[in-house]
Every structure is written in C-alpha cells, then in structure tokens.
Design a protein around this ligand. Sequence first.
Ligand code: PBG
Length: 333
Amino acid sequence: MPYPATRLRRMRRDAFSRALMRETTLLPSDLIMVAFVIDGEDKREPIASMPGVDRVSIDQLEKLAGECVAAGIPALALFPSPPASVKTEDGREAWNPDNVFQRAARALKAKFPELGLIGDVALDPYTTHGQDGVIDERGYILNDVTIEALVKMTLAQAAAGFDIVAPSDMMDGRVGAMRAALEKAGYVNTRILAYSAKYASGFYGPFRDAVGSAGNLGKGDKHTYQMDVGNSDEALREIELDLAEGADAVMIKPGMPYLDIVQRVKQRFGAPTFVYQVSGEYAMLKAAAQNGWLNEKAVVLESLTSIKRAGADAILTYFALDAARYLKERSQP
Ligand code: PBG
C-alpha cells in the first residue's frame, strides 16, 4: 500500500520499534577470536600492520582465552608464528607433538576446557618458501604429497586437544583424508572446519606479516590453489565437495568483499557457515579509525552484523573481544 498508508519511517521512529523489527542481532556468541602464539614467556610482539594485535606467548594467550570466556566468546582460532630457525622446505615442525602450537593447545584446554579451540592446518608458517604445501622443483604446490603432511598435522593437533581442525590450504581432497585419519585414530568428535571457499586475496597481507611468511613467500602467490576472485559457482562446488568429504562446518574467506558468496552458500546448503573477517579487513578499519576517519565501534559492529545478515553463523575476527565489549556497552543504558 503506497504512501501515506505506508510510511516506513513510522517503525524507525523510536528505539523500541527499531529493536522489535530488527532482523539480525550480533551477539558475542557469534564470534571467534583469532590469536597468534609464539614461544617464550611473558612475551608480546606487536604486528606493525595489525595495530592492537600482538603475537603472544602461552601465558599471555591464557589471559586472552580467559577474556574470551568472560566475554561469552565461544571459541578461539589459533595460528602459530614460528621462528625462522624451525622452518624447513617440507614444514615438518608442523606435526612435532611438542611444538609451541601443540603446547599452547594443551595449556589452554587444561585451563579453559569449555572454550572451543580451533587449530590451523596448513604448512605456510613452517615452510622456508611460505607456501601452504610441499613444492616440486618448479615451485608447484604438490596436492597429494601435501595432504600427507596435513594429515600428520591433523593428528598432532587432535592429540594436543584442539576441538576443531581447520584446513586453510585449499588442496583437493584434504577434508576426506583428514576425516578418515581422525576416525581411524579414534578422534571421532574432532570437528573439521573447512576453509572451502578461500579466495586468492590481497587482504591476507598483514596475516603473512603476523605468521612470518610474507618475506619467505616474496613475490610468490597462491593462485594455483586459492580461488579466483571473479568466481562464484566454483565456491559452491568447493563447499559441496568439502561437505561430502565430511566437513562439519564450511568457511568463506575473506568476509566483507564476499558477502554474495556467503548468501549463496548458506541458502544452497544450510550447513554451518563460518566467515573469516581477515587481517586486511581488520587493518583497513583499524587504520581509518586510528586516523579519526571512521568511528571504530560503529564500523566494527556494522561490518560484523553485515556478515551475519548475509548468512554467517559464526565469524572469525581479530575484533572479537573489542566487539563483545562494544555490544555490552551498547546494551547498557
Ligand atoms: C594460510 C592462511 C592465510 C590466512 C589464514 N591461513 C593466509 C594465506 O592464505 O596466505 C589469512 C588470514 C588473515 O588474513 O587474517 N594458510
């Protein structure tokens, strides 16, 4: 019914009616905090391209985990930032049962058993060339050889106590191989969060600084395994395969530039759909906020709400703790 019978501004007039008709409400329980762990004690190393995010030693990580629990954030996604001295061509430190990553998981699960812990399964922090897999003499990333390494990583992480293993490498067939290995070893409840639709994105730059793979990767790129920015149907094929291979949840990455993909994936499959608001998205918002060009609280909550509205069930974000704090402030009179 046209104007004046219909005046959409009527429902927007007051906070009470805006609240009642709001379709999407962001909650701390939608968020997954992301953190980088390093060796040592009482250590915090700032990451220049991610102001406000530090690489932290296990004791500091425990503090951060405690803050997540207190804020109602259900899970923490952990990434390693190993020193150059442990990096090799094949990345074998990745499945060392006593590496910093595995030790961090044991410490966190002992102190905060209720906090879901997500382990990254990919070789890039551990390789001298910064690629996510094993390379041949021409630098091509070998699919099936890489899967063998990812399976070893998976089992080491499950043994260390990670609740969820999250392959971020984009090799074909790795979810099926990981699932089979987990079942065989008795880890029937270790979940797989598959980075299914992961694009070859420029927005990962700060992350590569954080895990120390940027310099090693140099002029290299990841276009032979990560998805082309122009594609959408291919994302559906990736998701379908990962679900068929046994993924418990799927992920789209990056976030805000790919909301069309999020919506298609959620509508088509109805599976648990996670979205990663990546390091470059964090850096953009943070840098603008630090310059006084954007209001940080407003744009953080807006970006995360948009991702949820598009269809995300959960969002990995470096802003998780900040966002939980902003939500709490907003709910108080
Ligand atoms: C690599 C990996 C990347 C991210 C998560 N895992 C970067 C890449 O593919 O080069 C990016 C996360 C971010 O940018 O926040 N396995």
